[in-house]
Design a protein around this ligand. Structure first.
Ligand SMILES: CC(=O)[C@@H](O)[C@H](O)COP(=O)(O)O
Length: 263
C-alpha cells in the first residue's frame, strides 16, 4: 500500500513527489554530492551562483545536476542587502534560465541569521519581477505571513543556524507558522539528522531542505537515503494522526480486571 500516493507538493508551477530539497555545499567531491542527492530522491537542489563555473563545464557541479534532471534553485547566499539579492537573482535567471530563487540575505558571517527587513523588501521586488520566491527566514510567524502576503510561493523558516546540525531549535515557532501558513512551509537550515527531518514532517511541514548533515556524513549517499526514508516516514505519520502526549502512564492492555478475577 502506498500511503504517499496523491500527496504531491506543489510550489509555484511545479509539482514535486519528493518533499526533501537538498543543497550542493560542503561535499568532498561533486561525485559524492551527486551520489548523495540521487540516493535522497530529491528533485530540487539549491546552489549558489558562486559555486557554478559557467565557463568551465567540465568540473563544475552544473552539468551532473542537469544531466540527472534536477530542478535548480539558485540562491542569493552572500547577498548582504535587498539590492544585492535582487541583482544576484536576476543574474541567476539569465545564467540558469529559471525564475525560481531561494532568497537568502544573511550579512552576519558568524551566525548567518537572515535579515528580515532586507528579505521582505527583496521578496516584494522579486515577486513583481516574476520570480518564484522561496525566502529563507528566521522562524518568525509574523514575517512569514508578510512574505506570503507579498506573493512568496512558500516560506522557509530555519530549524537552527545553517550548518549547526542543532535540529528544530525553533520548534515552538514552527508550529505556529505551520498552523497559520497558506503557502507551503519548508523547514530549512540546521536539520542535523533524519530524526529532525521526520519530526519536522510530523509537525506538518510541507518539506525540508537539508545540506550540511548529508554532505558531512561519513557516508553521504547512505545519509541521503536515510533522509529520504525519514521525510517519507514523517509525512505518513503526519497523515496517520499521532496519539496525544499523556502526562501519566496509560497501560496499553490493562491487566487489573483479569488478575483480580484470578485472585
Ligand atoms: C544550501 C543552503 O541553502 C543552506 O544554506 C541551507 O539553509 C541548508 O542549511 P544546512 O546546511 O544547515 O542544512
Amino acid at each position: 500500500m502506498n500511503f504517499l500516493e496523491n500527496d504531491p507538493l506543489i510550489i509555484g508551477d511545479h509539482t514535486f513527489s519528493s518533499r526533501l530539497f537538498t543543497g550542493t555545499g560542503k561535499y568532498a567531491t561533486s561525485d559524492s554530492m551527486m551520489d548523495s542527492i540521487k540516493a535522497s530522491g530529491s528533485e530540487l537542489v539549491t546552489l549558489s551562483l558562486r559555486r557554478v563555473d559557467l565557463e568551465n563545464h567540465s568540473d563544475n557541479i552544473l552539468s551532473p545536476l542537469q544531466q540527472h534532471g534536477m530542478k535548480l534553485l539558485p540562491n542569493t547566499s552572500g547577498a548582504r542587502s535587498a539590492k544585492e539579492a535582487v541583482f544576484a537573482a536576476n543574474l541567476a535567471r539569465e545564467a540558469l534560465a529559471t525564475n525560481w530563487v531561494k532568497l537568502e540575505i544573511h550579512p552576519d558571517p558568524r551566525y548567518l541569521m537572515p535579515d528580515p527587513i532586507e528579505t521582505l523588501e527583496a521578496a516584494e521586488i522579486l515577486v513583481k519581477q516574476g520570480f518564484i520566491v522561496m525566502p529563507y527566514v528566521h522562524a518568525d510567524p509574523v514575517l512569514c505571513k508578510r512574505l506570503e502576503e507579498v506573493g512568496c510561493q512558500c516560506v522557509m523558516p530555519l530549524g537552527a543556524p545553517i550548518g549547526s546540525n542543532k535540529g528544530l531549535a525553533s520548534r515552538t515557532f514552527l508550529d505556529i507558522i505551520i498552523e497559520q501558513s497558506r503557502v507551503p512551509v519548508i523547514v530549512d537550515a540546521g536539520i542535523g539528522s533524519p530524526a529532525d527531518a521526520a519530526l519536522a514532517m510530523q509537525l506538518g511541514a510541507d518539506g525540508v531542505l537539508v545540506n550540511t548533515a548529508m554532505a558531512v556524513a561519513r557516508k553521504p549517499a547512505a545519509m541521503g537515503y536515510a533522509f529520504r526514508l525519514a521525510v517519507e516516514a514523517g509525512r505518513v505519520a503526519y497523515h496517520s494522526g499521532l496519539g496525544e502526549v499523556e502526562g501519566q502512564a496509560m497501560a496499553s492492555s490493562p491487566m487489573t480486571d483479569f488478575l483480580v478475577g484470578l485472585s
